[in-house]
Design a protein. Structure first.
Length: 155
């Protein structure tokens, strides 16, 4: 019987742990009493906090991997359009910018965000809605491993 190398088991254990954590997250429902999540339930101005690691080469940045952190203000319009402005620290380089795109929400309170920065970098994320006042997001792009939180600060 062959022994598996630790380098194979560690990623498998990490995926299993993340799967368990994701399925254990409390899922909240819309505050309008309909007990459903929807695009229209996510409307307002949200603060954003992100951190992670850039793992693939980006134009005009140092060779990866390097850390990433971001603060932002995003506006969700209740019809599926998102826009905002951010300041990111990407490997020690401070980058201000804007984003614009779309979001979807499923009835099980999961969803997706698809945006583009003003410099042309795509931002794709999956999320879970918590109480329609906050979101927990994970980037799904090949170039970054990052998580974000969004919290509604104004309706």
């Amino acid at each position: 019987m062959k022994r598996r190398k630790m380098t194979t088991l560690v990623p498998l254990a990490a995926v299993a742990a993340l799967t368990l954590i994701a399925t254990a997250l409390p899922v909240a429902h819309a505050e309008d009493g309909t007990d459903t999540c929807s695009v229209s339930a996510l409307k307002g101005t949200y603060s954003v906090l992100a951190q992670g690691t850039v793992v693939a080469q980006l134009p005009n940045f140092p060779a990866p991997p390097f850390p990433f952190a971001e603060v932002a203000i995003d506006y969700l319009d209740g019809t599926g359009t998102i826009s905002g402005k951010f300041t990111a620290n990407v490997g020690g380089v401070v980058v201000p910018g804007t984003v614009a795109g779309t979001y979807t929400v499923n009835s099980d309170c999961t969803g997706t965000v698809t945006m583009q920065t003003n410099s042309g970098i795509p931002v794709n994320e999956s999320f879970v809605v918590l109480g329609n006042r906050s979101l927990r997001l994970v980037d799904t792009d090949f170039y970054i491993v990052a998580t974000r939180t969004m919290e509604r600060i104004r309706d």
